[in-house]
Design a protein around this ligand. Structure first.
Ligand SMILES: Cc1cc2nc3c(=O)[nH]c(=O)nc-3n(C[C@H](O)[C@H](O)[C@H](O)COP(=O)(O)OP(=O)(O)OC[C@H]3O[C@@H](n4cnc5c(N)ncnc54)[C@H](O)[C@@H]3O)c2cc1C
Length: 321
């Protein structure tokens, strides 16, 4: 059975959930194998094995962390040449998609981005995408070279493999970053201030506020905290300076696909839908019964968010005891 490579998304070896999701998807297509670039492999090994990676390609080289995405694309190309995999799966982040595009050019292969599902099919992996602001569902397959597919967070539930070994078999891949990769160097890294809330792209629940909040996100944040959710915002709210751009959901913001998406005071413009339409359950709170958001909501409350959200928060807290 051919290997399916998964590019590990991690911070100093602390493996993000997107990676365990991809390992679970990889097991449908072949034998999952992790590609680890950067520091902290020892912290990551057990998790990679637990979620099915039988092999880990540990990329080693001078300065891989000091440059932008190009060294990662070069490293992946080196691993692809060594492993001849059936497919390469990469998290659908901004960085992941850039790596995927560069890798595709390097190895002369086709690339599919923003998949929300990947299954084995006749002739190779079949990816499902939600396109045109979620208006169409498309299933497609790469027809040239090793399929490279970027997969959105929350596209699969990570499944630990019973009886998995404590660590994967490690294959060290030495890589020398080319001069091309050195054209832009990272000169400083600053950790993002922690909000104590989950990462927006990965969160199982997102509570978002729009122009209807009139700049007061307190009830949105209170419900998010009661649910252990991330906070999102529409572009109108971000453009007004009420919430940071890093929290914007939509075509020009983050694309999220949580189990539950709560939209409060958001009209449901097509550009906002583009970032949240693949959420499993959508709840809308809007005082206008004609608001387009109700067209795609599974549950809708016509009402003032300043009345509805505190009641919802209270009910959630009461249930939690
Ligand atoms: C190229 C391009 C890219 C874009 N990218 C994005 C993007 O990434 N993300 C994004 O969100 N938008 C994006 N937009 C903007 C988008 O078109 C909309 O303008 C935006 O989504 C509107 O935000 P909103 O729903 O918060 O505001 P509005 O459309 O003004 O809606 C506010 C809603 O709140 C309701 N409301 C008001 N007060 C209350 C209350 N007290 N209680 C309950 N409901 C209330 C109103 O009935 C209304 O439905 C983009 C636009 C363009 C042209």
């Amino acid at each position: 059975m051919s290997q399916v490579l998964v590019l590990v998304d991690h911070v100093d070896g602390s493996v993000r959930k997107t990676t365990t999701e991809l390992l679970t998807i990889a097991a449908r297509l072949g034998e999952p194998a992790a590609v680890f670039i950067g520091n902290g492999f020892d912290n990551a090994a057990a998790t990679l094995a637990e979620f099915g990676a039988t092999t880990a390609y540990k990329v080693e080289g001078e300065g891989l962390e000091d440059y932008l995405v190009q060294p990662k694309a070069e490293a992946l190309a080196a691993v692809v040449a060594q492993a001849s995999p059936a497919a390469v799966l990469i998290p659908s982040s901004v960085e992941g998609k850039e790596i995927a595009g560069r890798l595709a050019v390097k190895i002369g292969a086709g690339v599919i981005t923003d998949a929300v599902d990947v299954q084995a099919g006749d002739g190779g992996a079949v990816a499902t995408q939600s396109v045109f602001a979620g208006g169409f569902t498309v299933r497609s397959r790469v027809t040239k070279g090793v399929p490279i597919i970027t997969v959105k967070p929350n596209s699969a539930a990570p499944e630990a493999v019973a009886g998995a070994p404590a660590a994967p078999e490690v294959v060290t891949v030495p890589v020398t970053a080319s001069d091309l990769t050195k054209a832009a160097k990272i000169v400083e890294r600053r950790p993002k201030e922690k909000s104590g809330r989950p990462d927006l792209s990965e969160a199982a629940i997102v509570v978002s506020g729009g122009r209807g909040t009139n700049g007061d996100f307190a009830p949105v944040e209170a419900l998010a905290d009661a649910l252990g959710a991330a906070v999102g915002a529409s572009r109108a709210a971000v453009d007004a300076g009420w919430y940071p751009h890093s929290n914007q959901v939509g075509q020009t913001g983050k694309q999220v696909s949580p189990q539950l998406y709560v939209a409060a005071g958001i009209s449901g413009a097509i550009q906002h839908r583009a970032g949240m339409q693949t959420s499993k359950t959508i709840v809308a709170i809007n005082k206008d019964p004609e608001a387009p958001i109700f067209e795609l909501a599974d549950f809708g409350v016509v009402g003032d968010l300043f009345t509805v959200l505190p009641q919802a928060t209270e009910a959630v807290l009461k249930r939690k005891g």
